[in-house]
Design a protein. Sequence first.
Length: 176
Amino acid sequence: MIYWHLFLAFFVPNIIGYGGGPAIIPLIETEVVDRYGWMSAQQFAEVLALGNALPSPIATKMAGYIGFEVAGVLGATVAVLATVVPTLLLMLGALGLLYRFRDSPRVKRMSQWVRPVIALLMAELTFGFLSEGLAGPGLVHTLLIAAVAAVALIRLRIHPAFVVLGALIYGGLFLG
C-alpha cells in the first residue's frame, strides 16, 4: 500500500500541476506533509532547499529522496516514475495537437490565466516557510538569513546554490 501512496503523492501533483517543478512544489508538499505525514513542513523545507542547490529538475530530485526515505530504493523508483512517466507519455501524445494550435488566441489566453495561479501557489509556499522559520529559529534568525540572502542574490548576484549552502552552514553553526 505504501508504494501506491507514493505513486499517488507524486502522480497527482505532476498531472494537475502546470508550470514545471517550482509550480508543483506546493502540491507535493500538501501530499507529503499534510496528507500522508511522511515529513514535517520543516523537513520538507530542508529537502527543498537542498534539492534547489543541486543540478537537475527539482521534482524528480524530491521524488527520489522522499521515496527513498519512505520506502527505500523501490520507493524512490516508484516516486520518480510517478513524476516522470505520465507527463512524458502525455507530452508525447499531445505534442502534435499542441503544435497545431500553438498560435491559437485561446491557448495564449489560457496560458496567461495560469501564471497568476502559479504565483499565488508560490506565495503560499513562501509564507508557509516564513511561518515555520518564525516558529522554529525565531524572528531574528529568519530576518537575518532573509536579508543576507536577498543582498547576496540581488546585489552581489551570487548563485542561489551558494546562498542556500551559506544558509545551511549558518543554521548548522548557530541553530543546530
